[in-house]
Design a protein around this ligand. Sequence first.
Ligand SMILES: NC(=O)C1=CN([C@@H]2O[C@H](COP(=O)(O)OP(=O)(O)OC[C@H]3O[C@@H](n4cnc5c(N)ncnc54)[C@H](OP(=O)(O)O)[C@@H]3O)[C@@H](O)[C@H]2O)[C@@H](O)CC1
Ligand SMILES: Nc1ncnc2c1ncn2[C@@H]1O[C@H](COP(=O)(O)OP(=O)(O)O)[C@@H](O)[C@H]1O
Ligand SMILES: [K+]
Length: 585
Amino acid sequence: MKDAWSSDEIRKAEEPLIAAGVPLMARAAYALAQAVLREVAARPAGSRATRPAGRPAPRPSGVRLRGSLSSDGLPGTARVRPARSAETRGDVRGARALLLVGPGNNGGDTLYAGAHLARRGMSVTAVLVSARAHEEGLAAFEAAGGHVQRLADVRVPTVVQWARASDVVLDGLVGVGARGALRPPAGGLVRALVEAREAAGRRWPYTVAVDIPSGIGVDDGVVPGPVLTADRTVTFGALKPGLLLPPAAGFAGTVELVDIGFPDVSVTDHWAGAAQRVTLGRHAMTGTDTGPGRVRRMEPADVAALWPAPTARDHKYTRGVVGVIAGTSTYPGAAVLATSGAVRAGAGMVRYLGPEDVGTRVLLARPEVVVAGGRVQAWVLGPGVPAYDPEEGPDDDGQARRVFGALAAVTGVLSEDVTGGRMPAVIDAGALTMLEHRLPAWAVLTPHAGELAELLQGLGHEADRAAVEARPLHWARTAHQATGATVLLKGAVTVVAGPGGAYAQADAPPWTATAGAGDVLAGILGTLLAGRSADVVADETLAARLAAAAVLVHGRAAARASAGGPVAALEIARAVPAVIAELLG
Ligand SMILES: NC(=O)C1=CN([C@@H]2O[C@H](COP(=O)(O)OP(=O)(O)OC[C@H]3O[C@@H](n4cnc5c(N)ncnc54)[C@H](OP(=O)(O)O)[C@@H]3O)[C@@H](O)[C@H]2O)[C@@H](O)CC1
Ligand SMILES: Nc1ncnc2c1ncn2[C@@H]1O[C@H](COP(=O)(O)OP(=O)(O)O)[C@@H](O)[C@H]1O
Ligand SMILES: [K+]
């Protein structure tokens, strides 16, 4: 599990460590410098930027001021210095680094890292964007032979020119202490750099974000203003939500998490959502909700632990029956795709309810499907079913009526003797327009951004598709809070918001953006919910975890089916068994 901590949580984790004299900044800076050195050393010397005229020659490598990293004045540094790899010992002399340095500790990290680079013989220039800069960091940087420029004394185009002439740019303007869009002058500088980067294409220097790409929303992943896209983000202590969440995650490049000594976070995802214990400095939290700011990303091992793999004692009914209400005579494909997703994910049985001609097509594609009513352990409602219009009346072969009936079982408005008990559901496409009652967390809404915008408008929010795409976590959470349901917002990064917190999954290649792919996902999730139906109703946090697990399996199946090229939705379903076998193996 990847676990991203909110900026508040990071601060709480730092406090006791700083009080105990743990050299967090020295550790961060050292790791940052190592990441830069690795990259620069790996590049052929001939490809490096040439030194513009008039700049002083770089210091020869090996020149150290006051001996070592511990001269940072931060105690204990020498103890944590990791062994140098052969790569980072490579010759970096003459390579050029430009540091963009803000007023806070993020700038401090960057200046100390710059000192390491200068001592290794790189020519390093720091541009201070503010009148203030981290004092000790600046002193260490200058003592190591770094060149200091103040943005107030040079023009933005000059800094852009220096950037273009560098091998590597470090973005150390702001980190987790920042709020909102980058203000002037940092904002103006970054805007100019973004334009230059776009114009330069591949000729732009390797860009490293310090802790986060400056200007992203650390906790919510928004991008409220200009942000310089990084090739790599070296982040300290813990991941931040903005590094996992869209749209900000798209600016981070490869994210490298550096251990600077934050306490271990032991998060266990138990079968039935037993309590987790998360220790964060002195602050211990228990329970499955790891704090409102947390954003997590499932990894294959987490999915394997959640998956309802059958045992010798199982039979088809104990494994879970999925009921699918999908498709109409006009849109029969969705029924085939949703049932295929459910069958391929390993349901004990899949029932299909819908018009006869669609049922026939489902059977032709998947003879295993039972085209008849009966008890189910989870519903998949709505793929290929048109939006409900109470004025016009339904033109949907009776599908809206069937969906309303199933929803009554999900929400519990009908007595359990009628429905056979409350059960989880995937509520997709047309069924999203049929919600009349507050929903339980075991109802999982699966909109894309456009569908979520419509749902939110129905709830009185002013949000169009673009607004949802700009703040996916916020709007998914808003919809969760307003409806009670778990919300799975589909996209290149799929965001899940439920009572147990939020997940951000980025498992699928862009080829997955193809009609019908979402129907397959609905089927896969239906199988997971049916397989763990009683657990999902008993533990309100489980639906979100299963939803994230379904997204991971779907994304990996899409990657497997795509193999780097186009992918058809049915092929995603076809690839699911091999993905599950791999995960469980
Ligand atoms: N604590 C530690 O020991 C460790 C911390 N670490 C590092 O410190 C980072 C956090 O440092 P931090 O808290 O000093 O804040 P930081 O992110 O540098 O920025 C705040 C400064 O920026 C300014 N500013 C704010 N908003 C802005 C905006 N929109 N646009 C422009 N400017 C804006 C704001 O200025 P002001 O509002 O005061 O004028 C303030 O001065 C963290 O990400 C990690 O890199 C690591 O070394 C590990 C040890
Ligand atoms: N750029 C992208 N990269 C990866 N996956 C994507 C991208 N855009 C959409 N997807 C995924 O493709 C699927 C599309 O689903 P959806 O929009 O519901 O289509 P449909 O209703 O036609 O099935 C979702 O699983 C979504 O997460
Ligand atoms: K930064």
